[in-house]
Design a protein around this ligand. Sequence first.
Ligand SMILES: [Zn+2]
Length: 111
Amino acid sequence: MSACRCETPPFDYRDFQSTPVGIDETNGRFAEVSIETCRHCGTKWLRYLVEYEAFSESGRWYRGRLTAEMEQALTPERAVAMLESLTWHFYGGSYFRTTGQKGVGPLCVDL
Ligand SMILES: [Zn+2]
């Protein structure tokens, strides 16, 4: 079986149904946290998007598989720790100059 589109970057927003979780204001990030459900396989992804308007090429996003357990405990402020606890996640954006790659461990979310 080939990998679903939700696991093969670059990602297309049309493949997901997005549900906003809220804004993470930690350290003045005002990051957008949302749950994106794949329209093809139903996998839920936790998406974290941060951008510093005053700085070019600061935009970055992360997305990782969201388990039911994580979803229950999810708040905007907990999203980064949850993504960091995963065995891997996707990351991308102008800051990284990539449309999506696999990464592990700590997220780089502050300036
Ligand atoms: Zn999928």
